[in-house]
Design a protein around this ligand. Structure first.
Ligand code: NAI
Length: 247
């Protein structure tokens, strides 16, 4: 499996799933642009690791929920790297609360980053990809977008929104040589899930048929496959990576 010399952008890549994915795409041969919103040090450490693998990399600061930031980032990437072949929309946040206690700003912020961010980056990247007549967009949703979850109405709405959005643009962009797929992770061990109380984590573990939490590399491996030509007949799909929790 190879994506030799392809140009990739991973959003929210300074840590967690984004970091693992960016480094894995570089392992498969891609040059990788690293997007971050605030953690410059984390982003630079990913850039350095990728450069050690002999691939080109650079960090780009942009808040994905701000279209101006995103457009400026895409323009810079096109100048620096010469195009864009693979976009991984990974940036995401949670602001959990039961509906009755959920503040409108917690609703808006999560929709802004997790759904509007995907729209902004995809629209901006699609312009470059349509001109190239090739491209590959991989959106990170969540099993919560399929099942819902008490206390995560904002997050579930955004993640379900990503699925409808991705299927729509998969239909729009297929004739331009652009594929669009969704990865829906289950419980993956990162800083995001590290915040959960121990009793909730244990309860979740008891529901995972494979008997373990996911690792960021479990997601990276699927993204690598979807980004490669080995998956060239797959578009508009939602693939769960969840240890069987939704069986
Ligand atoms: P994380 O919190 O470790 O990483 C998220 C990254 O997104 C961080 O680097 C953060 O700085 C960045 N980010 C946040 N807001 C941003 C913005 N406005 N602009 C640019 N970057 C921004 O979380 P993790 O676990 O690595 O999650 C990555 C993706 O996977 C997220 O979309 C998350 O919703 C999704 N996911 C994670 C699961 C898990 O169990 N960890 C399960 C299902 C989905």
């Amino acid at each position: 499996m190879s994506i030799e010399d392809k140009i990739a952008l991973v959003t929210g890549a300074s840590r967690g799933i984004g970091k693992a994915t960016a480094i894995y795409l570089a392992d498969l041969g891609a040059n990788v642009a690293i997007n971050y919103s605030s953690d410059e040090q984390g982003a630079m450490s990913v850039v350095e690791e990728i450069r050690k693998h002999g691939r080109k990399s650079k960090a780009f600061k942009a808040n994905v929920s701000c279209m101006e930031d995103v457009q400026a980032m895409m323009d810079e990437i096109r100048q620096e790297f010469g195009g864009l072949d693979i976009l991984v929309n990974n940036a995401g946040i949670t602001k959990d609360a039961l509906l009755v206690r959920m503040k409108p700003e917690d609703w808006e912020k999560v929709i802004d980053v997790n759904l509007n961010g995907v729209f902004n980056c995809t629209k901006s990247a699609a312009r470059i990809m349509m001109r190239q007549r090739r491209g590959n967009i991989i959106n990170i949703s969540s099993v919560i977008g399929l099942t819902g979850n008490a206390g995560q109405a904002n997050y579930a709405a955004a993640k379900a929104g990503i699925i409808g959005f991705s299927k729509s643009i998969a239909k729009e962009l297929a004739s331009r040589g652009i594929r669009v797929n969704v990865v829906a992770p289950g419980f993956i061990q990162t800083d995001m899930t590290g915040m959960l109380p121990q009793n909730i984590k244990e309860e979740l573990l008891s529901k995972i048929p494979l008997g373990r939490y996911g690792d960021p590399m479990d997601i990276a491996h699927l993204v690598g496959f979807l980004a490669s030509d080995e998956s060239s007949y797959i578009t508009g799909q939602v693939i769960n990576v969840d240890g069987g929790i939704l069986i």
